[in-house]
Design a binder for this molecule. Structure first.
Ligand code: PLP
Length: 411
């Protein structure tokens, strides 16, 4: 396996600029195999996966229960005929309805986070007959045109304008700003309970309950995008449960496939499904809800419950945060803030360049992390929820050493 050959294929056929960026960050290696929290490159070097595929690998890599379910399904019927009833899809929908809060019940399956959001936006417009969407500055909901329209960072939006009309963005966590724009023309408010790509922004405790109230008063749907925060990541099965808020529509993806299959899901309260009454195919997806992905999803939910992973995320996340607070005390010139819930944790550096340097030094020490897409000053830690305390300690030690190195370089 020749790394330079793969690098030049990237340069020639995939994305030369991305290839250069990966090289700059010290990530021009071939990922070859993975297991649990470890990724191995083609030369046998091991890395602790502390990014977890931006939230995909909550169960780690190749969790045996998920792999077994997918292998068994692969031998029966991997993709759907789209004509008959699909058993894994039905069972996964039932399990999602059981685990999601309140009366969330009906599920539309797709293949990614952005598709889960697109479906949510379309359902909200059709159900309410209204056009307007309200979302938050700094938010990230995906990169297809609809999801991009409600996302909150200009550099990713500007080149693709005009995007959807009637999309308004307000500062995240500011309830009076929200109140001032939500009106009788609004179809939905769409928010991440905690902003991931925005830089791990945790809202004030009264924010989501107040937004729920405003939506109820104005007959507006509340869509919560739990693509990154859901499925145990933030110390509850769903982050909205941290504040006892039930959305009208919830979007899931990433971890739902157990780190083995791609899958997206849009889950709604029962009355919203009236939109399918006159035309059951008003929204559909060829690969959405395929048996392979749904068998992975069902196995994933079972593991999350059986291994009590949301509780584990809360416990280990509390430990990690306390250790990072100590590091912030030691390096006030380098670290501006640390924050998070469960195992969705962000370190805000005083400057963007410091973050980039720390990330590349961590890669050299065998720890994978990344910055937040909409806030590059913030480095994210999203390890698998199955990570051991010993491995987390190794990550903290590597971070300590990398910060010392940066300090010596800069001062
Ligand atoms: N929503 C949120 C909150 C996300 O974090 C992401 C991806 O990072 C998406 C949507 C888009 O997901 P995908 O990349 O699978 O389309």
């Amino acid at each position: 396996m020749d790394t330079s050959e793969v690098f030049s294929l990237y340069k020639k056929y995939i994305n030369p600029y991305l290839a250069d960026l990966l090289r700059f960050a010290g990530c021009d290696k071939i990922e070859w195999e993975a297991e649990g929290c470890i990724i191995r490159d083609s030369e046998g070097n091991e890395f602790i996966d502390c990014l977890g595929g931006y939230g995909v690998f909550s169960l780690g890599h190749r969790h045996p229960v998920v792999v077994k379910a997918v292998e068994e399904q692969l031998r029966r019927i991997p993709l759907s005929s789209k004509i008959f009833l699909n058993y894994p899809q039905a069972k996964l929908a039932e399990k999602l309805a059981e685990l999601t809060p309140g009366d969330l019940q009906f599920v539309f399956f797709s293949n990614s986070g952005t598709e889960a959001v697109e479906a949510g936006l379309k359902f909200a417009r059709m159900f309410t007959g209204r056009k307007k969407f309200v979302s938050a500055i700094g938010s990230f909901h995906g990169k297809t045109l609809g999801s991009l329209s409600v996302s909150g960072r200009e550099i990713y939006k500007k080149p693709f304008e005009p995007l959807l009309d009637y999309c308004v963005q307000v500062p995240f966590g500011d309830i009076s700003a929200m109140e001032s724009v939500v009106d009788e023309d609004t179809a939905a408010v769409i928010l991440e309970p905690i902003q991931g790509e925005g830089g791990v922004n945790v809202p004030p405790d009264d924010y989501l309950p107040e937004v729920r109230k405003i939506c109820d008063e104005k007959g507006v749907l509340l869509i919560l995008d739990e693509v990154q925060t859901g499925l145990g990541r933030c110390g509850r099965m769903f982050a909205c449960q941290l504040w006892d808020v039930v959305p009208d529509i919830m979007c899931l993806a990433k971890a739902l496939g157990g780190g083995v299959m791609p899958i997206g899901a849009t889950i709604a309260r029962p009355y919203i499904w009236e939109i399918f009454k006159d035309n059951p195919l008003i929204h559909s997806s060829t690969f959405g809800g395929n048996p392979l992905a749904c068998s992975a999803g069902l196995a994933t939910l079972n593991v999350l419950v059986d291994e009590n992973l949301p509780e584990r995320a809360e416990r280990l996340g509390g430990y990690l945060l306390s250790k990072l607070m100590e590091l912030k005390e030691v390096h006030p010139q380098l670290i501006a803030d640390v924050r998070g819930k469960g195992l969705l944790v962000g370190i805000e550096f005083s400057e963007e360049d410091i973050g980039l340097l720390v990330i590349s030094l961590l890669v050299k020490r065998g720890v994978l992390v990344a910055y937040a897409l909409n806030n590059p000053k913030v480095m994210r830690l999203e390890p698998p929820l199955i990570i051991s305390k010993e491995m987390l300690d190794k990550v903290i030690d590597s971070l300590k050493a990398s910060l010392e190195e940066v300090k010596a370089l800069l001062m």
